[in-house]
Design a binder for this molecule. Structure first.
Ligand SMILES: CC(C)(COP(=O)(O)OP(=O)(O)OC[C@H]1O[C@@H](n2cnc3c(N)ncnc32)[C@H](O)[C@@H]1OP(=O)(O)O)[C@@H](O)C(=O)NCCC(=O)NCCS
Length: 172
């Protein structure tokens, strides 16, 4: 397993491993969690494993990808957050997803901030994209708190979403 870690006051972010298959499966099993993501709940555990294979590959190749977010205090896996390279659009985006019992505690904002620091300072990215359905008020609020600017409608995973962009100069 990689020893790469990102830390915040309350959280540790680390790359996915195959020990996280059940966690990934459980997270996507809540229809409320996937409601605005364009993803369906996994039909079986093999789908969660395939996704993790992609995430491990992306971390190996590009040193980025969605990271498992663990709470320092409890050691519990709360959800995931991180940057992802999209080959087809040639863009890096920020994403996040947490178990419903942990919503509203500031975890997505806190985890996202350290991912942005990592993306801009360590990976030297010039811009980071994101998207959210406007109905997904919590996600929109997270992006606006992070200073992302709206770029207009986009089709993401078959959903009508709003595009967002954060330029390095607007972040620093
Ligand atoms: C989106 C998500 C990651 C947010 O996680 P979180 O840890 O609750 O986010 P935070 O606590 O850091 O911030 C949420 C902000 O939205 C606000 N918010 C939450 N629900 C809201 C609502 N219905 N209307 C307006 N604001 C809302 C919160 O008050 C908070 O803002 P504040 O800090 O100014 O008070 C979480 O809801 C989730 O996992 N959703 C399912 C997956 C998902 O939709 N991912 C994003 C796909 S684009």
């Amino acid at each position: 397993m990689s020893d790469f870690l990102l830390r915040t006051e309350r959280l540790i972010l680390r790359p996915f491993s195959y020990e996280d298959v059940q966690f990934m499966f459980d997270l996507n099993s809540d229809p409320e969690v996937v409601r605005y993501t364009g993803n369906l709940s996994f039909k079986n555990i093999a789908e969660a494993k395939d996704l993790i294979t992609n995430l491990i590959q992306q971390f190996t190749e590009k040193k980025m990808g969605r990271f498992v977010v663990t709470e320092v205090k409890s050691g519990e896996r709360l959800g995931w957050c991180g940057l992802k390279w999209h080959e087809s659009e040639q863009i890096v985006d920020l994403g996040y997803r947490f178990f419903r019992r942990h919503w509203g505690k500031g975890f997505a904002s806190e985890a996202s901030r350290v991912c942005l620091v990592y993306g801009f300072r360590e990976l030297c990215l010039k811009k980071i994209a994101a998207h959210a359905m406007l109905e997904n008020a919590a996600s929109v609020r997270v992006l606006e708190k992070l200073n992302f600017k709206r770029t207009g409608p986009v089709n993401a995973n078959g959903l009508n979403a709003e595009g967002f962009l954060l330029l390095r100069q607007d972040y620093e």
